[in-house]
Design a protein around this ligand. Sequence first.
Ligand code: SAH
Length: 388
Amino acid sequence: MTEGETPLKRSLALRIRARGPLSLAEYMAAALGDPVYGYYLTRDPLGVAGDFTTAPEISQMFGEVVGLWLADQASTLPRGAPVVEFGPGRGTMMADARRAAPALRERPLWFVETSTVLRAAQARAVPEARWIDSLHALPEGPMVLVANEYLDALPIRQYLADGSAWREVQVGLGQPCDDGSAPLVFGLSGPLRGVESGAGPPVEGAWVEVSAAADAAIDETARRIAAYGGAALYIDYGFRATERPAGPTLQALQAHRRADPLASPGEADLTWLPDFDALAARVRDVPGATAYLAPQGAFLAEMGIGQRAAALAAARPKEAHAIADALERLTMAAAMGSRFKVLAILPADAAHPPGFAGSPTPGSGQDETAIAGTDASVPGRSFGGPRE
Ligand code: SAH
């Protein structure tokens, strides 16, 4: 077995020998979601000892502020309307949200999670949670939904243009090593007649990433909210149309460092950057649904994270430094404040939601790219006491 050879790599190599190269989506689905060897099914990847740290794991303030937004949106919904979370990780965000916003605790709570390891952590953090495999398992009706760093864990297909045609990125086998095993390598399909809509002409260097799973989650969320009411927040590291990266965004992370995405499938996290303007456009294509966008820093600031940090620091003076650091990491443009985006999905006739002051009311004809900065001095609402 060559260095970095994993059981999953051997089984993928057999699959490629038998049936030819995999699409990137097939590779990612196996690397992240294989029921036995998949990355998310074999470990808790979060935190200092893991491969990456997420906003809820940085500070309780993140989940608390998100909880206030959800409770505010849920306040007009019927009593039985549930709270739903996609990819809850350790359950930290929902535990913090429910402590800060007790009204959320009166509603049914559904988690959508594939990992048995993380389901166990979620059950410890929020004993009242129950699990479903997808939104389709929930009866039709209003809901509030939240997902942090979920979309970027879903498989994508990747297309590159060579100047005359689009080609799909595939995962195949390279030259065999001395022991007969062959490394996984990226390759390109033959020229394609067309790719997904919106890809444009195959100008040299153009690229597109398409996640059928992410699109389906957004479409189903928007359809339900348009039909029955409610609200959703999708938060992720991603880009606006004006910030589109020069090249494709797939990356692997292992122990907080960049890794080779093909070196050890099942052992490294694979992520990509969603295009938030494309997601918002999908929402607005659903009759009766609308979308708002904000950088994470602006959203958190407007929702009062600055006041929350001050209250926490006053209650726990010894932690004041750590609280200030966390506030900075979550809100400042140079940290997560502008790279992470917040997409809200609401019924088209709903009032302009809090947290999105810089996002014009869709259809108002204002400049859609004019979004608020990340100045943490934006006034917000104060709330709650410190965690006991
Ligand atoms: N929201 C958490 C965890 C983010 S990591 C936080 O912010 O800390 C991504 C989460 O999505 C994990 O819980 C992972 O197990 C889950 N996940 C990944 N792919 C999934 C899928 N296809 N269906 C449901 N959950 C998935």
